[in-house]
Design a protein around this ligand. Structure first.
Ligand code: NAD
Length: 393
């Protein structure tokens, strides 16, 4: 069976790539951009840098700087109002996954009537205004995915929306923009990328194209994440993490995420845990629960990350993988949901709804071991206490 691979038309990768925006717009034949970003990008001067460069190139650019973390349908509505103020022919997204996903949703909804929930999976949305993405985290990989994650303001459901309409036409992947990321953001977004790569590699939709990209990404992330966190100015580690984040996005966008992301979205939607952090809370235990269903691939992932030796027997490699991921969480001070401060009654009272939302996203069906709602509830309970239990049986 053939694999269907979708990528941005233009990928510029490396130091200074973000300075190529004017040239990229020219190549794409667009000239009236709306810059979509968040308040911090404005405060730290990144937005002004883009606006100044476009002004110098005589490209007038509008500004919507009200993106919120984990974008909501309400924030997308505000972005659509800003878009309606001008004759824009494209959107430039500057920021982390939240700004990029906001721009994608605005681009798609500009051509459609709401509500946005009509366009969540399994609906595929294949058209929208062109989006040029400039990521500043390493990261969601959203700059290279045909997905956007938008929280329904009415129901708090973190909706997965997919289709070619959500794929940026161009991505300017400039690791220099990530040098300002603080420790927690570096750790959380880095583990998000690691999850993308690992989930894509073990996904039931994995294919030879995504396998190579995913293995390369997980090897790079595992070897560089601690350095990027401990030494924020380490350019080599930052560059490696940024490239791997984009690779992780390419891998999962063309092979799907699985159970970790499926279970992570409800935690973000209901308890406002940052996306990478909720993935991190789940990564070791969901992996421990899943390995027995795809031991060859999980063992290969352990070897790629340098957690297991070539000569290790499968069972040994799987045990080292789970232990290595638990150690990574400990090293990067990843809290359990309980330690994060979620109220026990709210967590336990939401488990059935969380399991329902996780299954509805479709992602768990791509996991090597496909869970029932009861399995998911049990896994949420296990993650709450932080009590690991290996299940290689
Ligand atoms: P984010 O965009 O929510 O940003 C978090 C905070 O970090 C913001 O305050 C932002 O201003 C700040 N920030 C961003 N870059 C910075 C930098 N270089 N220096 C200092 N601060 C910086 O964080 P994120 O993790 O990149 O994005 C998370 C969102 O992306 C979630 O909503 C998640 O669901 C979504 N997501 C989307 C995809 C996709 O394919 N569309 C994939 C994974 C995650």
């Amino acid at each position: 069976m053939s694999a269907n691979i979708n990528l941005p038309r233009i990928l510029r990768v490396g130091a200074g790539a973000s300075h190529e925006l004017a040239a990229t717009l020219g190549q794409l034949g667009v000239s009236r951009p709306l810059l979509v970003t968040d308040p911090f990008m404005q405060q730290c001067g990144y937005a002004d840098r883009v606006l100044t460069a476009l002004d110098a190139a005589k490209i007038p650019c509008g500004l919507f700087a009200d993106c919120v973390p984990d974008p909501t349908t309400d924030s997308v509505t505000r972005g659509l109002a800003a878009l309606a103020q001008g004759q824009y022919d494209c959107l430039v997204a500057l920021g982390g996954g939240s700004s990029i996903d906001t721009a994608k949703a605005v681009a798609v909804m500009a051509e459609r009537d709401g509500p946005m929930r009509d366009y969540k999976v399994p609906t595929q949305v294949d058209s929208g205004l062109p989006v040029i993405a400039i990521p500043t985290t390493a990261g969601t990989g959203s700059e290279a995915t045909r997905a956007a994650v938008i929280t329904d303001s009415e129901t708090s459901e973190k909706m997965l929306c997919m289709g070619l309409g959500f794929m940026p036409v161009a991505a300017l992947v400039d690791f220099e923009l990530t040098l300002s990321m603080p420790y927690r953001l570096t750790a959380d977004t880095g583990i998000d990328s690691l999850c993308h790569a690992l989930e894509a590699y073990v996904s039931r939709k994995a294919n030879p194209f995504t396998d190579g990209v995913a293995l390369s990404a997980m090897a790079t992330i595992y070897r560089n994440i601690r350095t990027a966190c401990a030494q924020p100015d380490n350019r080599a580690a930052r560059e490696a993490m940024m490239l791997a984040a984009t690779q992780g996005g390419i891998a999962f966008s063309n092979a799907s995420v699985t159970l970790i992301h499926g279970m992570s979205r409800p935690i973000g939607g209901l308890f406002h845990v940052p996306h990478g952090l909720s993935n991190a809370m789940l990564l070791p235990e969901v992996t421990a629960w899943s390995v027995a269903a795809e031991p060859v691939r999980y063992a290969e992932a352990a070897r790629a990350m340098g957690l297991a030796e070539e000569g290790d027997a499968e069972g040994v490699a799987l045990a080292k993988l789970t232990e290595g991921l638990r150690q990574l969480n400990a090293d990067l001070s990843v809290p359990t949901p309980q330690e994060y401060g979620i109220a026990p009654d709210q967590w336990h009272g939401s488990l059935a709804l969380m399991a329902e939302q996780a299954l509805a996203s479709g992602s768990p069906a791509n996991n090597p071991r496909v869970p029932t709602a009861e399995d998911i509830v049990e896994l949420y309970q296990r993650v709450w206490t932080g009590q690991g239990s290996d299940n290689f049986g």
